[in-house]
Design a protein around this ligand. Structure first.
Ligand code: PEP
Length: 250
């Protein structure tokens, strides 16, 4: 079993650095009690420098997005090089909330490569907006996975996390069932194997995200077959997030 990975995505919250520090301390204390779990926190980029001062050890930091170029005239953007220089270890790439504002599969592929070049781990978000009875959403997921990975050397697959996040489950309270999650874990492994070979496929870490809460985390983790969670809403409440960490600890 790979080490469980639990990632907090704070999105555009909280509103002040003071609050961010308070939640961070709570998460760090919870993470310290469960060294078997790899805990990662993705705060708004503006808090990274300050939180980095007490990160490391129990909690690693992530950026929520990056530009695909290392430097240049891109007003408002930040580069993987900058994120790496701060000491963060991960970057969320292709979150559905970014795809919704125009990020394409091609953009996501470039960001994955840029993240790997900066020696950081991309957390690549994929997921369908709705499910249909014909199973067309499987084709949609296959295209997302194939385009994300086709330019990545197979030797780097071990450095990539896929977060399967069905859009219909993000922030809605409508979690995928354990059966849905297990089926998708097997499907992602199958398509990675089909396109890139079993050895490379088995190196990729696959986690689930979408309304993971204290009351569903243990069941999803035990039977869903995924290596951990990407958590939005519940990651802003220390006790909720701590319970989710516990659910994956062995
Ligand atoms: C997310 O934003 O990646 C997410 C999974 O959010 P939530 O847990 O709130 O559904």
């Amino acid at each position: 079993m790979p080490q469980p990975l639990v990632i907090a995505n704070w999105k555009m919250n909280p509103q002040t650095l003071t609050e961010a520090k308070q939640i961070f301390v709570g998460i760090k204390n919870a993470a310290k009690k469960h060294p078997s779990v790899s805990v990662v926190l993705a705060p708004p980029a503006i808090y990274l420098t300050e939180l980095m001062k007490s990160a490391g050890g129990a909690v690693s930091l992530a950026a929520q997005n990056t530009h695909s170029e290392p430097l240049g005239s891109f007003t408002g953007e930040i580069s993987p090089t900058m994120i790496s220089a701060l000491g963060a270890k991960y970057i969320i790439v292709g979150h559905s909330e970014r795809r919704m504002i125009g990020e394409s599969n091609g953009d996501v592929a470039k960001k994955i490569m840029a993240t790997l070049k900066a020696r950081l781990t991309p957390i690549v978000c994929i997921g369908e907006s709705a499910r249909d009875s014909q199973g067309n959403f499987f084709t949609f997921i296959e295209t997302q996975v194939e385009t994300a990975f086709e330019i990545v050397p197979r030797t780097r697959f071990k450095d990539i996390v896929i977060a399967y996040e069905p859009i219909w489950a993000i922030g809605t309270g409508a979690t995928a069932t354990v059966e849905d999650v297990k089926e998708m874990q097997l499907f992602i492994l199958k398509i990675l194997t089909k396109h890139f070979g079993r050895t490379a496929a088995e190196q990729v870490t696959i986690i689930y995200g979408g309304s993971v809460k204290p009351d569903n985390a243990a069941k999803l983790y035990e039977a869903g077959g995924m290596s951990g969670f990407l958590v939005g809403g519940a990651s802003l409440k220390v006790t909720d997030f701590a319970t989710i960490i516990v659910a994956t600890a062995n």
